[in-house]
Design a protein around this ligand. Structure first.
Ligand code: G
Ligand code: G
Ligand code: MN
Ligand code: NA
Length: 253
């Protein structure tokens, strides 16, 4: 069967599941919120990682209805998670095709209202590649989301080509430092200096900083010294299903 057809069927059969990776504040040790990462529970192939189907979903436009389902599911899950802590946020990865969808902002507004969520507790992550290709219509959508109160992050920061051109077009909430930079931070002076530079620029532009892919304590310590205290990574927690996340949260109390 063609992957596109399978994806269509997967939406109908509810084969998708959202996993959540905690975002940790290393200055307090507390979890601040979570990044939503989709998984596909395929009936035959088992757990299919997003890199194997998100590109196809983007090419076929299926990412638009799938993305709607993701936002709904995240809002539903967040309304439950906030019973533990009303300050929790969830960050959702947004594909370029979603920004180009005419009903997108209205849809987001309706979902937030339905779950009675504060827009500031929903964050959207937009990659540099998406921003690089964004037209005026896409930028208008980003402004509308911003006006709605949704916090916008630049994802995979540093891996794109024109990192700086859109920083003066639009005030983002924060940048997520790509894990390729974090990787080298313990033994490469070069990586250390790049990360220092990114953090200094982020500070100057009043952007929140978040380090991705922390696998060693030393990496988090290095970032903390630069004022980057928000982190994600396997050192703290892998992406987890909602029931596993609830157990993880309970074990930290
Ligand atoms: O764990 P990880 O393998 O979860 O995710 C790989 C990549 O897949 C991420 O970098 C992200 O770009 C993409 N991805 C994961 N979940 C989603 C999602 O819900 N929507 C979109 N558009 N991309 C996602
Ligand atoms: O959206 P983004 O492209 O940033 O997706 C994050 C990806 O990074 C997901 O695939 C997630 O599973 C993965 N990830 C999260 N923490 C770690 C980590 O500590 N190490 C590695 N190698 N990958 C991670
Ligand atoms: Mn992301
Ligand atoms: Na990223």
């Amino acid at each position: 069967v063609h992957l596109e057809q399978e994806l269509n069927q997967a939406i109908i059969n509810s084969e998708f599941e959202i996993y959540y990776q905690p975002v940790i504040d290393t200055s307090t040790g507390k979890e601040l919120g979570f990044e939503a990462l989709i998984r596909w529970n395929h009936p035959v192939r088992g757990l299919v990682p997003p890199d194997d189907f998100i590109p196809v979903a983007e090419q076929t436009g299926l990412i638009v209805p799938m993305g709607q389902w993701i936002i709904k599911q995240v809002c539903s899950d967040l309304s439950l998670l906030q019973l533990n802590n009303p300050e929790y946020f969830i960050a959702i990865n947004i594909a370029p095709q979603q920004l180009a969808d005419h009903g997108f902002v209205q849809n987001v507004r309706a979902i937030l209202a339905h779950y009675a969520l504060v827009p500031a507790q929903i964050h959207f992550e937009i990659t540099e590649t998406t921003l690089m290709n964004a037209d005026n219509g896409n930028l208008r959508v980003l402004r509308e989301l911003n006006n709605l109160g949704i916090k916008l992050w630049i994802d995979d920061f540093g891996t794109g080509y024109s990192s700086f051109s859109y920083l003066h077009k639009f005030q983002f909430y924060g940048i997520k430092l790509d894990r390729s930079f974090i990787e080298g931070v313990v033994d490469s002076e070069r990586s250390q200096n790049i990360v220092k530079g990114i953090c200094a620029m982020g500070d100057a532009l009043k952007l929140e900083l978040l380090g991705e892919g922390i696998e060693q304590r030393e990496q988090a310590e290095f970032l903390l010294k630069l004022g980057c205290y928000k982190v994600q990574g396997y050192w703290y927690a892998k992406p987890m299903s909602l029931p596993t996340l609830n157990m993880w949260l309970a074990s930290r109390k």
